[in-house]
Write a protein of this length. Structure first.
Length: 79
């Protein structure tokens, strides 16, 4: 398992957290289980312009009680 702190970011209509480049999961389409604020879900890492991201759908943000600009602790494990 890996954990890191990240700011919830937004660009256009997307909301996401960036995955650090030194994370073992910093690769396109890495299958992961994400946990933020005690809420867990399955996702895949997205890659764009040499950076890696985890998308945060509205339902997930509401359950985890997070919003753009929040700093959160992200826990990742492989699946």
């Amino acid at each position: 398992m890996s954990s890191f702190d990240a700011v919830v970011e937004t660009e256009d209509e997307g909301v996401f957290v960036a995955v650090p480049a030194d994370s073992e999961f910093a690769r396109a389409r890495a299958p992961v289980t994400v946990t933020i604020n005690g809420v867990s879900w399955e996702s895949t890492v997205a890659a764009y312009s040499g950076r890696f991201y985890l998308p945060l759908r509205r339902g997930i943000r509401e359950m985890a009680r997070i919003a753009p600009g929040d700093t959160v602790t992200v826990e990742l494990s492989g699946r």
